[in-house]
Ligand binder design. Sequence first.
Ligand code: A3P
Length: 283
Amino acid sequence: KGQDDKPITGEYIDGVLLPTLIKPGDVVALRQELKLRETDVFVATFPKCGTTWTQQIVKLIWSGGREDGRDVDEALPWIDVTKPHELDDMPSPRGFKTHLPYHLCPGGDPRQSPAKYIYVYRNPKDTMVSNYHFSVKFLPEDMPWSNYYKMMLSGDVYFGNIFDHMRGWYIHKDLPNVLIISYEMLKKDSFNMIKKISDFLGYQLQDDVIADITKLTSFEKMRGNELANNSWMDKYRREGAGFMRKGVIGDWKSLFSEEESIEIDEIIKEKLSDIGLVFDYDP
Ligand code: A3P
């Protein structure tokens, strides 16, 4: 794919646009050389689907519901920007966040991997709106929403086409080492979803510990927690919109036109209905 006519810069691998920090060769090296352990945990997402939230949940599951002094990105580093042997000395259990699509996931095909994978999806309309507010520093100045919306549909955004990303992971939902949850499930049923994650990771935590983690990972608590609010990323955001921006279901209504909303419903019907992936748009 040519890039000169593209509004955001970066190199492509398999048609998937990578942020400038990541080169295609790095993705290949991580895929082929990274040695995974049985205790490794991936939090995999298309950007803005609840990555940080889930990282914080995993971190607190490991520590029994207490802050251990580590920032989310220190506890579960963004593996996509590392080199294969950089994390060899990291003590187990290791956690990683990745935004790469299933077929490019670091460490090779999850089907042959000893690691565990938590994939979090979010309804695509809210995901697009959250990305729009976040991506402002990567976009030509003052790009209007309607242009960004078209760009999202073309797939020329970091980590590629949102529907392909969700499809690629979701079809592996029945693998024993893959857990698929949604932002909306986490929001509406936090306690049970956190329990599900903890069970999946093999930590049979008591209900009072799960309740503590539920409280500590609320939007308000995370927003005020320097170890979990990613405030260093605020420079990438639209003025006044911190990383912990709104944290709600349904904000898509603030930017989507009726036509755009219908178009998304149609694309989803066409691209995702056969695999049973359905989305929740209601607060
Ligand atoms: P909004 O921009 O819609 O507010 P990611 O971590 O994948 O980049 O996702 C960021 C999105 O998750 C942002 O969405 C952010 O506000 C939201 N978020 C982060 N922590 C959250 C929490 N504890 N509860 C609800 N939403 C949360």
